[in-house]
Design a protein around this ligand. Structure first.
Ligand code: SF4
Length: 719
């Protein structure tokens, strides 16, 4: 028994292009606009169902489309009015009309405009015909038989045909009209792909016991193949998929011919052939059982093993038969195209199953959130469950994989229980991942590892499919008390040790941080110069100053460089963690030392004394020092004024400390500014109300006392 597939079976150029344009439109749209096809894109439910899952709806009329949506014109084409209506309704058209059909549109339009009578041969109810007629004017007639042609009563005819018309029908009508009518121009517009497919189908039907035509029931070109095959082969069956196969009738036949319409996906053709092959295998197995039974009954001299040898591996025998038959045919017809040979090879492959552990290539046919379905060109599809795929950043399968992409995977089961081949990307990738880890170790490069759980002494972190250990001391450049704060985080790590044979890897996040810090420090040394003002963070204090982090390097801010005023401790002016601008006073790269200044970022107070202070101005300040002769008051850091003992009050002050204390805030008037000697004289007294002097005859003793006090003060001032 042999199975032979007819040449030119399956998707034609026009259908492939329409599918490509549709996939491209879906890809580019990113879900923004609604996408429709005008009618089913091709006459195949499996394909249209798949497109619907991707959000592509089918509409019958343009008024069903949302404004601003995209409508894909399938390979059958549409009337001219369709495009005008779409433009008026603000609908974007993706035109996937087959170029062969578009050519007919142009022929019809030209002829019609020239006033010629247009006659179209074909099925007037077929969408392609409706489109063609829509490019002609009123002078257009559709006929589908020689009888109708004979009734034509006009000359001056331009004759065209539906692309899928039977060639014999065209020949008879074109012949009749050219012989019987004046001025007939006949354009044979039957598509070359259709013609070739029909011819090879007829040839195959003649030499087959049974013919299987695979196509959708609504597919015009598939139905025509059926009609042609039926003409030459009585037992011709029309099937949509493997489920429609008349298996009982096939069992009894030796030569099975298979042909498929232009809209039949390759996958369905392979499934149909694989199913028939299984039936053949079963039949062979039954034959083998019968032979063994007979051998035992007749107690022949032949041992069972010899008999078994004769009938061993019925599946291989059948496959070999199919292969040999096909191979010998290829030899007979050397001019057969390479394309056909490749296709036959694939069919041959489709009758077998891959081995467990085999690494195989395939094409993704479908993606869901849970699995990726892969066409492997075997009789079964491959399934990669989500758990068997490594996806970074927790993305969905549908975000990463698309139908049509090539993919490589490892076979882990040849039957997952549902009849599929179970595949794994992870098993394939794991050795690649160990290679990557080893390379990172050798190159001292960084990889990202996700901390998955805490273990004794550290954590386990995952780099793709490789698990590594990060000791507690290597988790950070700071002290880590509990490792659980890192669980769930992805850390850049250096690979400290790796041993793929023992499945061991040790990572260090600390080493990564140290390297990064070193890089930063290097960069800082390269970019800073003495005199630059940079931002820093106060990190810690000592008695002699503060250490400030200027982006990876700690510089010393000496206490004397913090303020223009006097400080006993840096905490009088700064707080830990405070962000400040500091000036670089000196740097020594070799010793790794940088001196910083804070007070240098603001003007020295005496340099701008005229801008801020004048004689007669009343200020508030803090008493910072008390001497016998007066008190020093701080106007601002680095700018103190003296309140002489005589300027403290109107009364006589014998001891300054009796009137003022350090830290107290006082109000005073500036009575002198000596820029040369950098001295400011202040008076508290002048901010006070002078005492009231009463008449002498009223209180003679008090007046005498006041006069005596004023006299004393005057003497003191002179001194
Ligand atoms: S059968 Fe021919 S005309 Fe029709 S879509 Fe295919 S290539 Fe185009």
């Amino acid at each position: 028994m042999k199975i032979k597939l007819g040449e030119h079976s399956g998707f034609c150029f026009g259908v492939k292009e329409a599918i490509r344009k549709t996939e491209e439109t879906i890809e580019n749209n990113k879900g923004d606009k609604k996408i429709y096809t005008k009618g089913p894109l091709i006459h195949n439910k499996a394909v249209t169902d798949e497109l619907e899952q991707k959000g592509v709806s089918i509409l019958d009329n343009l008024d069903e489309a949302e404004e601003g949506s995209i409508v894909i014109v399938r390979s059958h084409g549409e009337p001219e009015s369709f495009y005008k209506e779409a433009a008026e309704r603000n609908i974007e058209i993706v035109d996937a009309t087959c170029p062969f059909v578009s050519k007919i549109h142009r022929l019809v339009k030209d002829a019609s405009l020239k006033g010629r009578n247009v006659v179209v041969l074909g099925d007037k109810n077929h969408p392609e015909l409706k489109g063609i007629v829509g490019w002609a004017r009123d002078n257009c007639l559709v006929i589908d038989s020689l009888e109708m042609a004979k009734q034509i009563d006009f000359d001056n005819i331009t004759l065209v045909a539906q692309t899928t018309l039977r060639s014999d029908l065209w020949n008879s009508i074109a012949d009749y009209l050219t012989k019987n009518k004046e001025d007939v121009i006949a354009f044979n517009t039957i598509c070359g792909a259709t013609r070739d497919r029909q011819e090879s189908c007829a040839k195959l039907a003649k030499e087959s016991d049974v013919m299987i035509i695979i196509g959708d029931k609504k597919s015009s070109n598939s139905r025509k193949l059926y009609e042609i095959a039926k003409t030459y082969c009585e037992k011709t069956f029309f099937v949509e998929n493997k489920n429609d196969l008349p298996l009982k009738q096939i069992e009894l036949c030796d030569r099975i011919g298979v042909a498929a319409g232009a809209s039949t996906p390759e996958r369905i053709i392979k499934e149909v052939i694989a199913t028939m092959s299984e039936v053949i295998t079963e039949k062979k197995e039954q034959e083998m059982d019968a032979v063994l039974e007979q051998a035992s009954e007749t107690e022949s001299n032949a041992t069972t093993s010899e008999v078994e040898q004769k009938v061993d591996s019925p599946q291989e025998e059948t496959q070999a038969e199919v292969t040999n038959e096909e191979t010998s045919k290829v030899n007979e017809n050397e001019e057969e195209s390479n394309l056909m040979n490749e296709f036959l090879d694939e069919i041959d492959k489709s009758l077998r199953l891959p081995n467990r552990g085999e690494i195989i290539d395939g094409e993704i046919v479908h993606v869901t959130d849970k699995e990726v379905v892969v066409n492997l060109s075997y009789k079964k599809d491959g399934i990669i469950p989500k758990e068997e795929i490594t996806i970074e950043d927790d993305k969905e399968l549908t975000e990463v994989f698309k139908a049509g992409q090539s993919i490589q995977a490892k076979v882990i089961m040849t039957d997952d229980g549902d009849g599929n081949i179970l595949l794994s990307r992870k098993k394939l990738e794991i050795s690649e991942h160990w290679d990557e880890i080893s390379a990172a170790h050798d190159n001292k490069s960084v990889v990202n590892a996700k901390v998955v759980r805490e273990v004794k002494g550290g954590v386990i972190a995952q780099y793709k499919e490789v698990s590594g250990f990060i000791p507690m001391s290597q988790l950070s450049d700071r002290y880590v008390e509990k490792a659980d704060e890192f669980v769930g985080k992805t850390l850049p790590v250096k690979v400290s040790k790796v041993d793929p044979k023992k499945n061991k890897a040790i990572f260090s996040h600390k080493a990564y941080l140290a390297e990064e810090k070193q890089k930063k420090v290097e960069k800082i040394w390269e970019t800073i110069e003495v005199g630059d003002v940079v931002e820093g963070t106060v990190m810690r204090f000592t008695d002699y100053g503060a250490f400030v982090d200027i982006g990876g390097i700690d510089g010393l801010l000496h206490i004397s460089e913090i303020s223009w005023g006097k400080l006993n401790h840096p905490d009088e002016a700064l707080t830990i963690g405070e962000k400040i601008k500091v000036k670089i006073l000196s740097m020594d790269k070799e010793k790794g030392k940088i001196s910083l200044g804070l007070k240098q970022t603001i003007p020295e107070p005496w340099s701008i004394i005229d801008e801020n202070y004048e004689v007669g101005q009343v200020i508030k300040g803090k008493v910072v020092q008390i001497k016998e002769y007066g008190a020093f008051v701080e106007l601002e850091p680095g700018l103190d004024g003296l309140v002489h003992i005589s300027e403290i009050a109107y009364k006589r002050v014998a001891n300054v400390e009796d009137e003022m204390s350090v830290g107290e805030t006082v109000q005073a008037k500036i009575i002198d500014i000596d820029k040369e000697r950098k001295r400011i004289s202040l008076s508290i007294k002048e901010t006070l109300e002078p005492p009231v002097v009463e008449a002498a005859d009223n209180k003679p003793e008090e007046i005498v006392e006041v006069v005596e006090e004023i006299a004393d003060e005057a003497v003191a001032c002179e001194q």
